[in-house]
Design a protein around this ligand. Sequence first.
Ligand SMILES: [Zn+2]
Length: 261
Amino acid sequence: MADGQYVQLLRLRLGVPCVMPPAQWRCNCASHGGPRHSAYVESAVERAAEANQDDHQQQAASFATDPCHGLYCKRRWKRVMRRHDSIRDSLARTLELGLFKDVRATVEPRVPNPQTGADLRRGDIKVHQGGTTWILDIGVVCPGTQRYVDQGSQTTPGRAAEAYAAIKAAKYADQPNFVPFIVETGGYINRRAHLFLDTLRGSQGSRPAADSRTQGYFRGPSPQDVALRGVMQALVRIQAYMLADIVVAIPAVDLAIEAVV
Ligand SMILES: [Zn+2]
């Protein structure tokens, strides 16, 4: 990982803005329409962007009012999509490792609609275990946007993830085993996603799911920990790149760097 990316990784982890002090910098995305709806743009793009779509402002974003803008800038939608796909692929890979007994995972299946039989909605991962099938839909949401701050995301961990999980769950209400798997840009993962991993683990042998973490403490990481660690690695790698790149693409004075040079 390049120095600039590592600096941004640490800043994001510590809650330090990507430039210091947060500048009256303006992003170059104000007039950009975001992804075009042409044949090569999959519906995955829309899903990847929908978490923060209401936060795309008409006027240019500023680091002063929008310090995490680089994590969901609509002009940089390909990175937003890549972050989503990278998390999806990491999770699917871990589920296929055999750590969770008898689990099979398939990426991006069609989601059938019981009424019409032809629903175009697609989950991200279909998971099978012991005759049960779940549909997972991955989402990434930034708790630093005004919409979620207004809902208390800056004081309550997970507020943004749980709010977005509820929206996804409502959209798939007709799917019995639907699991919204929502990751906040800061790393929080929604409760339903944790419960789902515990469920996959819990059906392994007679040991209840609640013991899996204690077991992990003595015997190395639990399968759930391995899965979540993979998701975190996918998240921080691309986000470090997103922030490092946007402060180079649209330079701003950074006194935190200049002070030590
Ligand atoms: Zn932008």
